[in-house]
Design a protein around this ligand. Structure first.
Ligand code: ADP
Length: 420
């Protein structure tokens, strides 16, 4: 196995698995630390999807280390720690502490941190992260329910999370290509930095960074920075991955579960409502009081037409989310919604639902855990960073796990057209 990856959420894992598969590595995604006996033979890349982004730091570190151990046991030559392209974290972590723990796990003393994903509008310039041209702290990420991002300077953001010294390899070095990037890594390391934020504005920057970092025991970043690694690992050998043709999905009913409140998801919910998709909105306060429950949603679902997708969503505006959080608390509000959607999901296979779109990283984690799926194969890309996937064991399901802010406004309408 060339590369073993640890992703801090499920949609991020899928995004990375898609990137590695597209760049020619035979890739399997596991949900959680792979159980002993799971067949990973023949995989060039394994992506372990954790749900550790917003856990207490110590827990996130322990989960990441057990994933690292499992990947190493399965023969991983390099490790990759994947987080969100909007650097979702708080001052407590978990990006810094997990990177620190994985550095010592790999017996190395230097790594990079690059969340850039230009295809999705995430660029890093002079250490500052931009989302579709807007500084991170002015983007909708400032209002994220769990990890509000209020500082665009990633050197500062990461430095608050780690005792290791954080440096910067900026645009000029990256633009000059792999050799200049390697020299910049040496320069930063020589002055004592142990993690460097790396600028990237384009895919060619990402490929150059991948080449320069191909011999690192540990790389950290978004899925973008993994773009150049497969080619660098192959060293001129042809790709082993056959190109995906069409995507067979199990027959059955279709459902969209949206627990993301991100701007892109809000737009996608609106587009689906405007298109007349049968929809049920779950109100967090009503869920908390017990006035509405997963059972209510399932009764509603049973009454919907079987020939098209339905939508169940808790998606709300930042103002509504704030109002709910001020009454229920941030974590509690999130858990109430996630648990409800998970409970709905648990009942779906028995009701004949086999084709699911889930919107939201945390939400997807909760839903897929409830669906008893332990590994996924990667299918075609619906929008940048979001493929269709199919479960490899257990309930036979086609799943599109969409990070909240990914996808075009008609994502909930068009994704179905790729299924056979
Ligand atoms: P994204 O990928 O957009 O960040 P996530 O699913 O990761 O989406 O995070 C959204 C969080 O917001 C989840 O914990 C979810 O349960 C919570 N949430 C969803 N709807 C509401 C709501 N109406 N009020 C408060 N919190 C909500």
């Amino acid at each position: 196995m060339k590369i073993g990856c640890i992703a801090d959420d499920l949609t991020g894992a899928t995004d990375l698995a898609l990137m590695l598969a597209r760049e020619g590595l035979r890739t399997i995604q596991t949900i959680g630390v792979p159980r002993a006996g799971l067949d990973l033979a023949g995989a060039d890349a394994v992506v372990v999807a954790l749900k550790s982004r917003t856990n207490p730091t110590q827990e996130a570190v322990e989960l990441s280390l057990s994933a690292a151990e499992a990947l190493k046991r399965a023969g991983a030559q390099h490790l990759f720690f994947k987080y969100c392209s909007t650097f979702d974290s708080t001052d407590d972590g978990n990006i810094g502490p997990v990177a620190e723990a994985l550095l010592s796990f790999t017996d190395s003393d230097f790594t990079l941190a690059c969340p850039a994903f230009p295809a999705n509008g995430r660029t890093v310039y002079k250490g500052h992260l931009f989302v579709n041209g807007v500084p991170l702290h002015e983007s909708s990420m400032k209002d994220h329910p769990l990890t509000p991002m209020r500082d665009s300077n990633l050197v500062r953001v990461l430095q608050r999370q780690t005792k290791l010294s954080v440096g910067l390899v900026s645009y000029e070095d990256v633009e000059a290509g792999p050799d200049a990037i390697r020299s910049a890594f040496q320069r930063e390391r020589a002055v004592g930095h142990r993690i460097v934020i790396v600028d990237a504005l384009s895919d060619s920057h990402l490929r150059a960074i991948g080449q320069a970092a191909a011999d690192f025991p540990l790389i950290t970043g978004g899925s973008g920075v993994a773009m150049g690694l497969p080619a660098a690992y192959r060293q001129g050998q042809p790709s082993t991955q056959s190109t995906e043709t069409g995507f067979e999905a199990p027959g059955g009913r279709s459902l969209i579960l949206a627990g993301s409140c991100s701007a892109a998801t809000r737009g996608q919910v609106k587009t689906a409502l405007d298109a007349g998709i049968p929809a049920l909105r779950l109100d967090a306060m009503e869920l908390a009081s017990g006035a509405v429950s997963a059972q209510t949603a399932l009764e509603w679902l049973k009454a919907q037409p079987t020939n098209g997708p339905a939508l169940i969503y808790s998606t709300a505006t930042p103002e509504e989310v704030l109002a709910v959080q001020s009454k229920l608390g941030r974590t509690n509000a999130g858990e109430i919604v996630e648990n409800t959607l998970a409970e709905v999901a648990r009942a779906l296979p028995a009701l004949g639902f086999t084709r699911l779109i889930v919107a939201g990283g945390e939400t997807s984690g909760a839903v897929v855990n409830a669906l008893d799926v332990d590994s996924l194969s990667i299918g075609p890309e619906i929008d940048p960073g979001v493929p269709w996937t199919r479960s490899l064991a257990g309930n036979d399901l086609a799943l599109a796990l969409k990070s909240g802010n990914f996808g075009t406004p008609d994502f909930f309408l068009k994704a179905w057209n790729m299924l056979r």
